[in-house]
Design a protein around this ligand. Structure first.
Ligand code: MN3
Length: 248
């Protein structure tokens, strides 16, 4: 990275005047894939708490290996690259950065949006999946019945929303501090935190999440994915949302 673009890499919030109108070339460089040797830094890839074949036949081991070990790892590596010259980024909470992207210098906004969004989304994604995930119970089940029309309608609506998402993106269930649930979709690696909301759970509908096994059959993947959901973890996240402590 040139010293010129390095000078662009600073938070506007530091009080140093942001450089206006960073050239598009800087955006393109910043969005490049991770280098072969991933840099170390404050961001780390959370390890999976289950083996990569835990969800077969619904999600194959190879997809899990590539999705976690390559795609998510690339977001982490890209963040560590940005953090070399923006150390504040490494210690900030997901929600404080993603909820305030306009505070970032233009030269890093695009990279942070995509890669911190991707890191947050995938951290949530691995967390809310698990083998023998059970069924929704208690407060979560009551909220699904109250806000989403019951489990069958919820799953149908969630799958339909994920199927409609054009191109790459996510389908989420958001949760308010009052515990109210809603389905929403987001393009690319955007996250509800960007609008001050929280994701209770979500499914990745990027082709990299399913293409090896399902090719163009996203609807089949969306249906099968429910077999991987860890409802005990979602209950924990629901409680955290109501306590105001739910991050990514
Ligand atoms: Mn993904």
């Amino acid at each position: 990275m040139s010293s010129m673009s390095r000078r662009h890499l600073m938070f506007a919030a530091t009080g140093i005047a942001a450089v206006a109108a960073a050239p598009r070339l800087v955006f393109a460089q910043a969005a490049a894939p991770a280098p072969a040797a991933a840099p170390t830094g404050p961001f780390t890839l959370p390890p999976l708490t289950y083996p990569t074949n835990a969800f077969e036949p619904h999600i194959d081991a190879k997809t899990m290996e590539i999705h976690h070990g390559k795609h998510h790892a690339a977001y982490v590596a890209n963040l560590n690259n940005v953090a070399k010259t923006n150390s504040q980024l490494g210690t900030a909470k997901f929600e404080d950065v993603l909820g305030n992207l306009n505070a970032l210098d233009d030269s890093i906004k695009f990279t942070v949006r995509n890669n911190l969004g991707g890191h947050a989304n995938h951290t949530m994604f691995w967390e809310i999946m698990g083998p023998n995930g059970g069924k929704p119970e208690g407060e979560v089940l009551a909220a699904i019945d109250r806000d989403l029309g019951g489990m069958e309608k919820f799953q149908n609506d969630f799958n339909a929303a994920g199927g409609r998402q054009f191109g790459s993106g996510w389908v989420f269930v958001t949760v308010s501090k009052e515990g109210k649930l809603a389905i929403e979709t987001r393009p690319n690696q955007d996250n509800p935190m960007m609008d001050g909301r929280r994701a209770l759970m979500g499914n990745d509908v990027w082709e990299h999440a399913y293409y090896l096994n399902y090719q163009n059959r996203r609807a089949d993947y969306l249906k099968a994915w429910w077999n991987t959901v860890n409802w005990a973890k979602i209950a924990e996240r629901y409680a955290a949302a109501k306590a105001g402590t739910l991050g990514a």
